[in-house]
Design a protein around this ligand. Structure first.
Ligand code: BES
Ligand code: MN
Ligand code: ZN
Length: 496
């Protein structure tokens, strides 16, 4: 049973909170309202902070129990590092996460956080609130025993100066948080529970928010010629779905932007079966589709003034007598023939038709696809950067910037004709696997064959969607990587 988290704001010190939090920058006592609270305790700042070894470094905590002179039974002073440093908004997200991490073991029920310095702008407080919520996330719905005696509800009051402006900023940022949390939920869910139909039904729920959702079934996909996508689903008893989500919050008739996701609900590898070790991680092979769905939820929730299309190909890559075989040749919707020489290189087969369909039907300004596409990107970049491949320098620059701002970082990787040559097939136009060297680049070259010259970026998120180490804002297996990044891209470059 997950704890309930309530975050709200108040204009002045909320009496009654059992725990009060104030901040202090490195080497300085608490300032502003924090200074008044400290003064009320009658304690000597220098003596107490020296004794505790509290320097005000980012994440450091000074914990006072039953202080005199203040209503709260516990006073926390949180370090924020050197003044001026960490002024970036995502430092505030981390501060929120870090604070929530501290509160958990304290079994707190009511907390007041005093945020009145000049740095505590509405946007900064909104980030702090986002960090609290993101860190609070747990995927424990399958735990039958309550793990600890945490109170059922944690209520956090953010005490701020400009309450209406802060409330608006928090609500706006919360839309993106909800998107990230939806993506995490979808990724964490096991494949016996979340098959293609169930995933499509989850996406269908976005209709409540004003997203137009269409769900294509295999008959329709076959009619459209999506044999590349369909061959992946052939070995599964659970049929494929292609979900089209449309958020039309922009001016009518304005060319949309498009996001495309790989949604392999489970990747056994097919006949080219994967080794057993860590195969369970392949329940997360729909991380790209989860990010696209989370993004659409975020855009619709905050009523973003943009026309955005989300397309996800949702399939299971499994094995039975009908499964696609190595050596089989399929004709994609674009007309390109593909030799499937490795059934484990299935993500690119799904995206080939999803990308072609998206540009063909919607004529978007650009397409960005997200996919847990290659193990090789983990070898190249580890877990702290997603791989960015693009035919467009402007879009790439925007994505790199958005990644830094959202703290979901990307690193650009190359494309080029020499790599493209390697995917040529002896029997068909191209083959879906062409050796280990530059594996992530070859996958990207394969995708590029299906973008028809449209400005396009491919984000290989195999290393960042799940299995990342814990951060201040995430302790769950799934990260939800991509939602905040793309929401930032839309906010900074494509609204209005
Ligand atoms: N879903 C995997 C890639 C992956 C691996 C994602 C580890 C997350 C963690 C993808 O479908 C795959 O199997 N790729 C192969 C491609 C190869 C057969 C050309 C790979 O990376 O080994
Ligand atoms: Mn695979
Ligand atoms: Zn896969």
């Amino acid at each position: 049973m997950s704890q309930n988290l309530i975050i709200h704001t108040a204009a002045q010190s909320a009496a009654g909170a059992a725990l009060t939090v104030i901040y202090a920058a490195e080497g300085t006592p608490p300032a502003g309202a924090g200074a008044e609270i400290w003064a009320a305790t009658g304690l000597d700042w220098q003596a107490v902070s020296n004794t505790a070894g509290f320097k005000g470094r980012q994440g450091q905590v000074l914990d006072l129990l039953a202080p005199n002179g203040v209503a709260a039974s516990r006073l926390l002073v949180l370090g924020t590092g050197k003044a001026g440093e960490g002024a970036a908004l995502n430092a505030w997200t981390d501060r929120g996460g870090s604070l929530l991490g501290k509160l958990g073991p304290m079994r707190a029920e009511t907390v007041a956080v005093i945020l009145d310095g000049p740095e505590a702008t509405p946007a900064a407080v909104a980030e702090l609130a986002a960090g609290l919520r993101l860190r609070h996330y747990k995927f424990d719905k399958y735990k039958t025993a309550k793990p600890d005696d945490a109170p059922a509800t944690l209520t956090i009051t953010l005490v701020v100066n400009d309450q209406p402006a802060v409330d608006a900023a928090i609500a706006d940022r919360a839309a993106t948080v909800e998107g990230t949390l939806l993506a995490r939920d979808l990724i964490n869910e096991p494949a016996n529970v979340l098959g293609p139909l169930e995933f499509a039904a989850k996406a269908g729920e976005l209709a409540k928010l004003g997203v137009e959702v269409e769900i294509l079934e295999p008959e329709e996909m076959a009619r459209l010629g999506m044999n590349s996508l369909l061959c992946v689903a052939q070995g599964s008893s659970r049929p494929a779905r292609l979900v089209v989500m449309r958020w039309l919050g922009g001016k009518s008739g304005v060319q949309p932007i498009a996001f495309v996701g790989k949604g392999v609900v489970f990747d056994t590898g097919g006949i080219s079966i994967k080794p057993a070790a860590s195969m369970e991680d392949m329940k997360g092979d729909m991380g790209g589709a989860a990010a696209v769905t989370g993004l659409m939820l975020a855009l619709a929730t905050r009523k973003a003034p943009v026309n955005a299309i989300g397309v996800i190909g949702v399939v299971e890559n499994s094995v039975d007598a009908n499964a696609v075989r190595p050596g089989d040749i399929v004709k994609a919707m674009s007309g390109t023939t593909i030799e499937v020489n490795n059934t484990d290189a299935e993500g690119r087969l799904v995206l080939a038709d999803a990308l072609w369909y998206t540009q063909d039907r919607f004529k978007p300004k650009f397409m960005i696809n997200l996919a847990t596409l290659t193990g090789a990107i983990i070898v190249a970049l580890g877990h702290d950067h997603g791989g960015l491949f693009s035919n467009n320098d402007e879009l790439s620059a925007q994505l790199l910037n958005a990644g830094l701002a959202a703290n979901e970082k990307l690193w650009r990787m190359p494309l080029g004709p020499a790599y493209d040559k390697i995917i040529e097939s002896r029997f068909a136009d191209i083959k879906n696997s062409a050796g280990r060297a530059g594996g992530s680049i070859l996958a990207a070259q394969f995708l590029q064959r299906f973008v028809n010259g449209v400005p396009w970026a491919h984000l290989d998120i195999a290393g960042t969607a799940f299995g990342t180490s814990a951060t201040e804002i995430n302790t769950s297996w799934a990260s939800g990587y991509g939602v905040a990044l793309l929401d930032r891209l839309v906010r900074d470059y494509y609204q209005g």
